[in-house]
Write a protein that binds this ligand. Structure first.
Ligand SMILES: [Zn+2]
Length: 564
């Protein structure tokens, strides 16, 4: 009997020892979580994540969100070295993703002559002359972003500016990037004369006697661009870094760049030495798909700072340049309905080839016929090609849609990749160009969402400013820049602040294969977010444009703070 008692006592002691040991091990493990690198408190966080739509605090470690919730939950992650920021109740949203930039052009344009708001030909000429006077002889004048609609629609001419640019070749773009104005010096360097033939998918503006007078449209722009010298590597890096600072000031944490191999190379170089301060997803021209397939085979698709594998094609031109491809002629230029910029059969083959090679294809389409042709092509190719994990068809602009097209985006899972600022810009004169009837499917944000499409937004910078707040204002109010539509132009297509934010964040993460990494403020995702000066959800819609980006954070690193 005593033996039994001993055994029982020994058993008890063993049990106590085990319990104490577990307790002590747990105590030694405390804190149960690693302290955060930084925590943000007293915030009004719109997460974009339906599981936890709002929160007051957030903790970050190693560039990712490790907790999001109330102050008590987040304070539990406080360590001796944790940086604490009190946001004073300001709105925090996921970092903005701009799904369509021409980044090098934008960056060059920042330091060039500014013509977007030149209201008269006289002002246009004066600004170019003033800028030229600051340059050494021989230096090209680029970008500019002029808009002849500002003065009623007369195209500029070389002889407007020859006298003020005698020593500087000029190649400045209409803000839509579908026309370039060259001065006589640039045309001379390019060997342009009355004998220069027209080209497929382009137009050369000529005088009665056939002499080109300075404006080159779409593919014909290459006649001038071919003689514009490349930037040196040093100029390239400093120019891109200016562009990155500009993007960060607008709360942009990632761009989808509709760019060139030069840009892809530059971003790769910057990322390799940890000097890239903006996330980039690089697209190159669709025609280069065999090269990109080989590049991906050798180099993979990049990392969270710089990724590639996107191919960008173009079906047609633009509304502003009357080169967007419609079924019916332009109302104000009945001689044309626009046109595809190349032979459609080889173009279709390129889309199909790129998709079969496992690349991500997106294509520019603006006119109703261009959009329908592309939807038809995507549908056929998806049925004929083998499965492609990188098939997330996008149509860049999707600007003027036929009735059936409005629902086909959702049916075919084609992403409408749109730019809301264009709506309040083009809205000033679009009716003159295409008439009232065709306005029904124009910048149809609301209709596309109602049909279930994954609406996604960007700027198309330098066509429009890389100003996301202005884009949200445009999508929510549809107030045209001329003030003529205070209740919104085609008001049924207005969308909510949350829908516009989603189009700039989660939808863009999806449209770039990053839905598991970015786009919402969710535990485990990259700590990319923006602090705003005011609450987008409570200010009057017309005041959204006055909301400022106060702070931009990428991967937990503060990359921009607004000077107050
Ligand atoms: Zn573009």
């Amino acid at each position: 009997m005593s033996k039994n008692i001993t055994i029982t006592r020994n058993g008890m002691i063993a049990a106590i020892v085990a319990i104490i040991a577990v307790l002590v091990i747990n105590r030694n493990d405390e804190p149960a979580v690693d302290p955060a690198d930084s925590i943000y408190l007293n915030a009004n966080i719109w997460t974009g994540d339906a599981a936890t739509p709002s929160a007051a605090a957030m903790a970050i470690k190693d560039g990712r969100i490790v907790a999001i919730g109330n102050a008590d939950q987040i304070n539990a992650m406080l360590g001796a070295a944790t940086e604490i920021t009190d946001l004073g109740g300001r709105l925090v949203v996921p970092g903005f993703i701009d799904n369509h930039t021409h980044f090098l052009e934008t960056s060059i344009g920042l330091s060039s002559v500014q013509l977007r708001d030149a209201a008269t030909p006289e002002e246009f000429i004066r600004r170019i002359g003033d800028y030229a006077a600051t340059l050494p002889a021989g230096r090209w004048i680029r970008v500019g972003s002029w808009d002849h609609e500002n003065w009623g629609g007369a195209l500029p001419r070389a002889d407007w500016i020859d006298a003020v640019t005698p020593d500087n070749p000029v190649a400045i773009d209409r803000l839509d990037g579908h026309m370039v104005l060259a001065n006589s010096l640039a045309m001379e360097l390019a060997g342009i004369s009355a004998d220069t033939p027209d080209m497929l998918g382009g137009e050369i503006e000529r005088d009665q006697d056939g002499t080109p007078n300075g404006v080159f449209k779409d593919t014909a722009m290459s006649l001038i661009y071919n003689v514009v010298p490349d930037l040196s590597a040093e100029e390239l890096v400093s120019t891109l870094n200016n562009g990155i600072a500009n993007a960060l000031s607008f709360g942009v944490t990632q761009i989808h760049n509709m760019g060139t191999w030069v840009e892809l190379g530059a971003f790769t170089g910057l990322a390799r030495v940890n000097a890239l301060k903006l996330r980039v997803y690089s697209f190159v021209p669709l025609a280069d798909w065999p090269d990109m397939a080989a590049y991906v085979a050798d180099n993979g698709r990049g990392d969270n700072m710089h990724r590639w594998g996107g191919m960008k094609g173009i079906v047609d031109g633009s509304l502003g340049s009357t080169t967007a491809w419609f079924y019916e002629p332009y109302s104000d230029e009945p001689g044309t309905a626009g046109f595809p910029l190349q032979e459609l059969e080889p173009f279709y083959d390129a889309i199909k080839g790129a998709d079969a090679a496992g690349l991500h294809v997106t294509v520019h389409a603006i006119g109703d016929q261009a959009n329908d042709w592309l939807l038809d092509s995507f549908e056929t190719i998806a049925a004929e090609n083998p499965a492609n994990p990188y098939r997330r068809w996008r149509i860049e602009h999707a600007q003027h849609l036929s009735g059936p097209a409005l629902s086909r985006f959702a049916q075919l899972d084609v992403i409408p990749s749109m730019q809301p600022y264009h709506a309040i810009d083009d809205g000033r004169w679009a009716e003159k160009r295409i008439g009232a009837e065709r306005l029904h499917g124009t910048y149809a944000f609301g209709s596309l969402l109602a049909a279930g499409a994954r609406l996604s937004f960007g700027s198309d910078s330098p066509v429009a400013p890389m100003d996301v707040i202005a884009g949200i204002y445009a999508a929510v109010t549809r107030r045209t820049l001329d003030g003529a539509n205070p209740d919104g132009w085609i008001p049924m297509e207005k969308i909510s602040v949350a829908e516009a934010l989603t189009a700039y964040t989660a939808a863009n993460a999806y449209s770039g294969f990053q839905e598991n990494e970015a786009g919402t403020l969710t535990v485990g995702k990259l700590a990319d977010f923006v602090v705003l000066s005011d609450d987008l959800f409570t200010v009057a819609p017309e005041d959204i444009r006055h909301v400022k980006v106060d702070v931009t954070v990428i991967g937990g690193i503060v990359r921009y703070v607004r000077e107050q």
